[in-house]
Design a binder for this molecule. Structure first.
Ligand code: CP
Length: 357
């Protein structure tokens, strides 16, 4: 899978398939755009006109609560038309291939597909076969990547840890623990790529040996098999669910034993820095990777992660589809489109006259 497929010849995003290969400048631009968008929508008007007239299709071949709904909200807040295909009720259940599904929907003039699939590489497949003016966003493929989750995690960390680090880079001095089923986790991989690109050097993956992928140290992380070592002095802990739907065998004696050895309890919070934040991509399995009181305790930012998902997804969609080729920020492009519409309503020329001008 080539990460370069997602960039155009100027290094701008064409698709978003993985955080692997994205540099600090581009990641920072996405986070800054998400901040801009969120600031611009603080008033009663929750919409920008950035993607008016564009069509975005959500193709979720795997269940989702957070990602699907926040992608839909993000697209609607950018004024795009949104189509949600119910994959279980679509013709894929009659044997239609991914390629034929893609080409069929392209024929309806879709501009962007948001794809979640249980197979690693599915989003790359779509990007390789999509028409030149169609963009693909990976909403999670197998255990490979979940780039918008990685981005919303980075945004959340930046919001809560902006005072950390040196030289204006809050990520450089952070200590981050990723705890749980790293072996099956696309979120862990995306978080590690993003954090490393932004300069975080102390990343620990904390799990029993059966749930750590071979060679993960090559991604620039340290492996800990004892949670006490993994949590020692960290600023951020990212918890991961046991992804039983991706487990083909017995990786653990039981969920209870996993909780005993690796669950985040109130008592274990004491090993972390006092101002450490607790993150989790969801869905949560209470009493397994985290105690219920910790999941919604004062250090938890799990629900804030969900909110940040909307801004990050708006940022990515608008950076790919919404600049209008003039290098304008998505917020400026959205405002200009809205003003253009208002001017049209107030009779300052027909749309054809404005285009000619
Ligand atoms: N974090 C995440 O991907 O959650 P969903 O499966 O609910 O979309």
């Amino acid at each position: 899978m080539s990460p370069q497929l997602q960039l155009d010849s100027h290094g701008r995003l064409r698709h978003l398939l993985t955080l692997e290969g994205l540099d600090a400048a581009l990641l920072t631009e996405i986070l800054d755009t998400a901040d801009d968008i969120e600031r611009s929508l603080r008033g009663p008007d929750k919409k920008l006109a950035t993607l008016r007239g564009r069509t975005i299709v959500n193709l979720f071949f795997e269940p989702s609560t957070r990602t699907r709904t926040t992608f839909e909200l993000a697209a609607k807040r950018l004024s795009a038309d949104v189509l949600n295909l119910q994959m279980a009720a679509s013709s894929t259940s009659k044997g239609e291939t991914l390629f034929d599904t893609l080409k069929t929907l392209e024929a309806m003039q879709a501009d962007m597909f948001v794809v979640r699939h249980e197979a690693s590489g599915a989003a790359h497949f779509f990007a390789e076969h999509a028409a030149p003016d169609v963009a693909i966003l990976n909403a999670g493929d197998g255990r490979h990547a979940h780039p918008t989750q990685g981005l919303l995690d980075l945004l959340t960390i930046r919001r809560y840890k902006s005072g950390a680090g040196s030289g204006g880079n809050c990520f450089s001095g952070l200590r981050v623990a990723i705890v749980g089923d790293v072996l099956h986790s696309r979120v862990a991989r995306s978080d590690i790529h993003g954090l490393r690109a932004l300069g975080t050097r102390d990343i620990r993956v904390v799990a029993p040996p059966t749930l750590v992928p071979a060679g993960i140290e090559q991604m620039g992380v340290r492996v800990c098999h004892r949670i006490e070592d993994g949590l020692d002095g960290v600023d951020v802990v990212i918890l991961l669910r046991l992804q039983k739907e991706r487990m083909l065998g017995a990786y653990l004696p039981s969920s209870g034993e996993f909780h005993r050895d690796f669950g985040l309890t109130r008592q274990r919070l004491g090993a972390m820095r006092r101002d450490a934040i607790v993150m989790h991509p969801g869905p949560i399995n209470r009493g397994v990777e985290v105690e219920g009181e910790v999941a919604y305790g004062p250090q938890s930012v799990i629900l804030q992660q969900v909110s940040h998902g909307i801004a990050v997804r708006m940022a990515v969609m608008s950076m790919i589809l919404g600049r209008g080729g003039r290098g304008r920020s998505p917020v400026a492009a959205g405002r200009a489109a809205k003003q253009g519409r208002a001017a049209g309503r107030s009779g300052s020329g027909t749309s054809r006259q404005r285009r000619r001008a």
